[in-house]
Design a protein around this ligand. Structure first.
Ligand code: ADP
Ligand code: XUL
Length: 558
């Protein structure tokens, strides 16, 4: 019997993206075309939380970075109201899913499951969750305050490499396990008062279903707590992190599973249909992987959002001391590999504001008037503690004397205090991209057949041109730069189909033969740069890595 993998006629699929600076949402129709999208920008639209870039940074320099949990709750009501005003027919939505910024965590206070189960549709969410959390501040992925806890966890598990081989990553400051351990050690009352710990993804799903949603296997792998091959909690990692933790985490679920049905609150307040499915939410990068329809090992995606990430897929993971391996959220047999940089868009904005009159147009003009290779000028810009390489806040600039790109022989570099404005602009863009290329090669990712760019900065053609030159690869984009909410909407449809089939169905069944006719289609935005320039960039990259390794020796955290 031939299975029918068609989606229901005249239906809609809603995908959210609860990210660092905003909550976004995308609606797909049955033909996988975008019919609506909305955004709530935290700093400007919810100014009473007084966040900067959606976060609070500890001014005393501990590296502690958190977001107010209630801001995410209020944003959910607000974005749904925007859809009401835009005339969205909520009754047609048959499945919802979402993306959460990875690693961030929420600490539900004892008794909050009852709050979740009895939401009053007459009142906004905000007024009902005021007392629901054991701490009102959620640690997020930008936090770098848990180095001690990272080393403690790695030691118990047998070392950094062992932890990586088990969970897909060595211990990283932003990963949820080290964050939980820090709360257990420094705020024992908060840990004790917590009945459930959610990730940002499972937190938002919990509100939508009116009870605690499971953590999905993929986003769960950003915690240093999941055995990525078995896709279960790792007992030894749990024990190394905090006592009684498994009970507070609940069960893991595959990303394509149904988390629950939409809660009566949303049916009555926004007229969602009874029985609308909420599919497990997952991490923003994994959902981008789905939204960009990455399906071959030669496909690489570069996401230029608040963080910069580069990711692809692999059948055979080899987790090491650098980078991350997560289970693929749309293929139970396959994995995604990823590198993550903290100094992404906000650090580019800093250079734009200092050197380019706070304007992307001026920034782009500077990129266009400076030559590729930047006359041998190399810059390292860490406005925040960097993840890759692990370096503290600081800017380092070097000039390679007489660099032509033909040889590194006899070449000397010297450190300088600053560059002229156009060179500074080129130095940050080339520097970030050369680092990505070098580390993907070091990590063993295949060189790309095609690169798909996404995230806020992928709207910038001058940046896409630099990517095409440094990787000598064609650069593709999709219709909208927010692939995380698009991927979430696609996963909502996938989850709906798996639920109907009563088993896992390959996601490609949904778009086989018609991908090009949908909003998921990738379009060539920038053709690959030439091979001669590539070999010059290869030399510059080698030199950059030499300098980077020296900086890590001198300044890096152990
Ligand atoms: P996130 O999802 O992590 O909150 P986004 O993917 O929405 O972030 O990206 C937001 C960032 O996009 C902003 O911080 C901004 O610097 C960047 N951005 C937006 N437009 C441009 C542009 N034309 N050129 C470069 N960067 C841009
Ligand atoms: C990934 C990471 C960031 C966040 C941003 O490991 O820390 O990319 O997911 O939202």
């Amino acid at each position: 019997m031939v299975m029918d993998y068609s989606l229901p006629e005249d239906s809609l699929f809603l995908g959210f993206d609860s990210s660092t600076q905003s909550l976004k949402a995308t609606v797909l129709d049955t033909n996988l075309n975008i019919i609506a999208s909305e955004t709530v920008h935290f700093d400007s639209e919810l100014p009473h939380y007084k966040t900067k870039d959606g976060v609070y940074r500890d001014p005393s320099g501990t590296g502690r970075i958190v977001s107010p949990t209630l801001m995410w709750v209020e944003a959910l009501d607000l974005i749904l109201e925007k859809f009401v005003n835009a005339g969205l027919d909520f009754g047609k939505i048959v499945a919802v899913s979402g993306s959460g910024q990875q690693h961030g965590s929420v600490y539900w206070k004892k008794g909050s499951s009852a709050t979740l189960a009895s939401l009053n549709p007459e009142k906004p969410l905000l007024t009902q969750f005021g007392d629901a959390f054991a701490t009102k501040e959620s640690p997020i992925w930008m936090d770098s305050s848990t180095t001690v806890e990272c080393r403690e966890i790695e030691k118990v598990v047998g070392g950094a490499l062992q932890l990586s081989q088990l969970t897909g990553s060595r211990a990283y400051e932003r990963f949820t396990g080290p964050q939980i351990r820090k709360i257990y050690k420094t705020l024992p009352d908060v840990y004790h008062d917590t009945e459930r710990i959610s990730l940002v993804s499972s937190f938002m799903a919990s509100i939508l279903i009116g009870s605690y949603a499971s953590i999905d296997e993929t986003d769960g792998s950003g915690m240093n707590l999941v055995d990525i091959r078995q896709r279960v909690w790792s007992k030894i990692a749990l024990e190394a992190t905090a006592p009684g933790l498994e009970e507070k985490l609940g069960k893991l679920a595959p990303a394509h599973a149904v988390a629950g049905l939409i809660a009566p609150y949303f049916v009555e307040r926004f007229h969602f249909r009874n029985g609308c499915l909420v599919i497990q939410w997952s991490g923003d990068n994994p959902n981008s992987l789905a939204g960009l329809t990455l399906n071959k090992p030669g496909d690489l995606a570069i996401s230029l959002g608040t963080s910069d990430t580069i990711f692809g897929i692999t059948n055979e993971p080899h987790p090491g001391l650098e980078g991350h391996v997560f289970p693929n959220p749309v293929d139970p047999k396959c994995y995604m590999v990823m590198l993550c940089y903290k100094n992404g868009s906000l650090t580019r904005e800093d250079v734009r504001n200092r050197c380019a009159e706070q304007s992307w147009d001026v920034f782009n003009k500077f990129l266009e008037i400076t030559p590729p290779l930047n006359g041998g000028k190399l810059g390292f810009y860490y406005k925040e503690h960097e993840i890759l390489p692990p370096l503290p806040v600081g800017f380092h600039r070097y000039v390679l004397e007489n660099f032509t790109g033909d040889s590194l022989y006899g070449l000397k570099e010297h450190e300088v205090d600053g560059f002229d404005a156009p060179s500074e602009v080129r130095a940050i863009i080339e520097g970030q991209l050369l680092s990505m290329r070098a580390h993907t090669e070091r990590f063993g990712m295949p060189s790309p057949n095609r690169l798909i760019a996404t995230g806020g900065a992928s709207a910038n053609q001058s940046i896409l041109k630099a990517i095409a030159s440094i990787f000598a690869s064609d650069v593709y984009t999709v219709q909208r730069p927010d692939s995380a909410s698009l991927g979430a909407a696609l996963r909502a449809a996938h989850g709906w189909l798996c639920n109907k089939a009563g088993k896992f169905v390959p996601i490609s069944c949904m778009y086989d033969n018609k991908l090009e006719k949908t909003s998921l289609a990738c379009h060539l935005s920038m053709p690959a740069g030439d091979a001669q320039l590539l070999s010059k960039y290869t030399l510059l990259m080698k030199k950059r890595m030499e300098i980077e390794d020296q900086l890590v020796q001198k300044l890096g955290r152990s």
